[in-house]
Design a protein around this ligand. Sequence first.
Ligand SMILES: Nc1ncnc2c1ncn2[C@@H]1O[C@H](COP(=O)(O)OP(=O)(O)OP(=O)(O)O)[C@@H](O)[C@H]1O
Ligand SMILES: [Mg+2]
Length: 293
Amino acid sequence: MTPLLAATGLFKSFGVPGRLGRRTRMMAVNGASLTIGAGETVGLVGESGSGKSTLGRLLLRLLDPDDGRIVYDGQDITHLSDRAMRPLRRDLQAIFQDPGSALNPRLTAGAQVAEPLLIHEPNETRGRRHERVAELFRQVGLDPSMMLRHPDGFSGGQRQRLCIARALATRPRLLIADEPITALDLSIQAQVLSLLESARAASGLTMLFISHDLAVVRYLCQRVVVMFRGQVIEHGPTEAVFTTPSHPYTQRLVASVFGENGEARRDPFLASPRQEGCTEYQVGADHFVLANF
Ligand SMILES: Nc1ncnc2c1ncn2[C@@H]1O[C@H](COP(=O)(O)OP(=O)(O)OP(=O)(O)O)[C@@H](O)[C@H]1O
Ligand SMILES: [Mg+2]
């Protein structure tokens, strides 16, 4: 199967202040390769500072790699100009770690969700665009009457849903979700996960899910990629990596979260479809039953 996205040997360094006031380069991504198959949800895990977000931004061409190659849907996009990338932007979307900074405080919520539609579907009538934005609001569990509010009139969880609505507006093929639930309360985390899952089920969305929460990755992702100091040190089917990790770093990481034989030791994130249209989650001692959006 040809992967939807394939990255080979990516490098990215940043200039940072060094000793004696000299600038030095630090390798954020150091020869990383990964593939994402169409319709797959791939987890990208690793400790803080291991290069996950930088790799995500390189894959979307939000940052230029120093070296390496990125192929999207059979097309080499490594050196495409911003202009040449523009038509691909409707396919490649992202949700970032901090929903607050991803939104423009001066624009209404409706205008932010409509923005990608204005860029990518400029010939659409105003009425149709408004209807689509309202549909996206409903899809993420926000009342369309909230369209006229500004982002500061939303809670953190609602802002993240707004970012998801905007990311889904152009019906992307690939979504890079960078710690989309980390900043949220536990109960809201489960809602946002449920929302991403419904989007995947409804449109066959392909997703790279960046997280350092192994329990959530185990629940959500078919494959997992482990980063350590800018390098991909292990990858494979999620259950295989979590039950029989081969790299010593992954072994330590997995052992700190899961017990012997890979059973969840802490934060078990289990779902069982007890009621139709609902997903039941057990997160640690807390229990949630959620209606699917
Ligand atoms: N714009 C930048 N300028 C300088 N250094 C940077 C920049 N962006 C990232 N880095 C550095 O690159 C390394 C990797 O950062 P990155 O944000 O990719 O890590 P991460 O795995 O996403 O971490 P976290 O789990 O904390 O989000 C870090 O040491 C970081 O300080
Ligand atoms: Mg990060």
